[in-house]
Design a protein around this ligand. Structure first.
Ligand code: COA
Length: 330
């Protein structure tokens, strides 16, 4: 049996209604619109409602991606949700999303945590599973409600993050040349203290102390993360292009993880690719971790930045530190 060529058949995204601006944040902590804008490029972010969990954002993005692909939940037999903020430690957010969407029980559903690189890890995993011919259509979703894990008293982190979800439907290429060209994943373990949520897992289970000490919030050494992120994403881009014999000029649009405009700018300069070839929406959503790349990808398509035949490069880094890059032809 010839193994199938796998393509992205549809994209979708969802962002909560509530907009939180820099000026509003300046009323919560000692910061300013000017500081946040010049250091990060972020102007605003979205915050999920109290009664919205990560699975709600994920299901809305998944539904939009299914519509875009012209498929129904019954066509899906694999659901992967990349997230570091699942509804609860168990069951997997993907099973809750399955139920909310009405994906039938013959589907395999699981979560994957590679922090902000999670979507690229999910894409690679689903690509491999579909390429085997054992699964036909996959829903790969990156979804986060980071506002639940942000310390709203810590100005060094609370200005950076937001809530969102993005999704793609993967399946057999429809004979139009569209396909996933390649994917490279990496992890530089040993840097967990640069970016983590220290408490709430098996190493430090939640107790009264951990809650009052804020150990269940995101902790970050921003300057160190910045330097490693730039190096890792540059390496991932250079390696994947070399592996597939492509030059950077053949990439129509780069869709990077949206953590900080200065990080994207540093990569653009070192690669010699002008910033306008990157799709950027960090100004509107901040860092939405695993949702960042699929949200940007969906917006880039809707904005006409990704056309039939184009090759796009997706690149991300995150806690771990994990990182990776993918090449997709449309
Ligand atoms: N408002 C005002 N001042 C702030 C502030 C805020 N929100 N946050 C930090 N500061 C202050 C610091 O206290 C520090 O003050 P000091 O000089 O008196 O000590 C000063 O600003 C500079 O802090 P620094 O951390 O060196 O700033 P920076 O230029 O490195 O920018 C980040 C900070 C977090 C924006 C930047 O390091 C970054 O984006 N790093 C990468 C983070 C990231 O991508 N994380 C996600 C990974 S997936």
């Amino acid at each position: 049996m010839a193994l199938p060529t796998i393509a992205i058949l549809g994209t979708g995204s969802y962002v909560p209604e509530r907009v939180l601006t820099n000026d509003e944040l300046a009323k919560l902590v000692d910061t300013s619109d000017e500081w946040i804008t010049t250091r990060t490029g972020i102007k605003q972010r979205r915050i999920a409602a109290k009664d919205q969990a990560t699975s709600d954002l994920a299901a809305a993005a998944g539904q939009a991606a299914l519509r875009d692909a012209g498929l129904s939940p019954a066509d899906i037999n694999l659901v992967i949700v990349a997230t570091l903020s699942p509804d609860m430690p168990m069951p997997a957010c993907a099973t809750i999303v399955q139920h909310k969407l009405g994906v039938p029980q013959h589907a395999a559903c699981f979560d994957l945590n590679a922090a902000c690189s999670g979507f690229l890890y999910g894409l690679d995993t689903a690509w491999a599973m579909l390429s085997s011919g054992r699964y036909k259509h996959a829903l790969v979703i990156g979804a986060e409600k980071l506002s639940a894990f942000v310390d709203w008293k810590d100005r060094s982190t609370c200005v950076l993050f937001g809530d969102a979800a993005g999704a793609v439907v993967l399946g057999p290429s429809r004979g139009d040349g569209a396909r996933i060209i390649g994917s490279r994943l990496y992890s530089e373990g040993g840097m967990k203290d640069l970016l983590c949520i220290p408490n709430g897992g098996s190493a430090f289970p939640p107790d009264n102390n951990s809650v009052s000490n804020g150990g269940h919030f995101i902790k970050m050494k921003g300057r160190e993360v910045f330097k490693v992120a730039v190096r890792e994403m540059e390496d991932a881009i250079e390696e994947i292009l070399e592996q597939h014999g492509l030059s950077v000029d053949q990439i129509a649009c780069v869709i990077p993880h949206q953590a900080n405009l200065r990080i994207i700018d540093a990569i653009s300069k070192s690669l010699g690719v002008s910033l306008d070839r990157f799709f950027i929406n960090v100004d509107r959503y901040g860092n939405t971790s695993a949702a960042s790349v699929p949200l940007a990808l969906d917006e880039a398509r809707k904005a006409g930045r990704v056309k039939r035949g184009d090759v796009t490069l997706l690149v991300a880094f995150g806690a771990g530190l994990t990182y990776g890059a993918s090449l997709v032809r449309w």
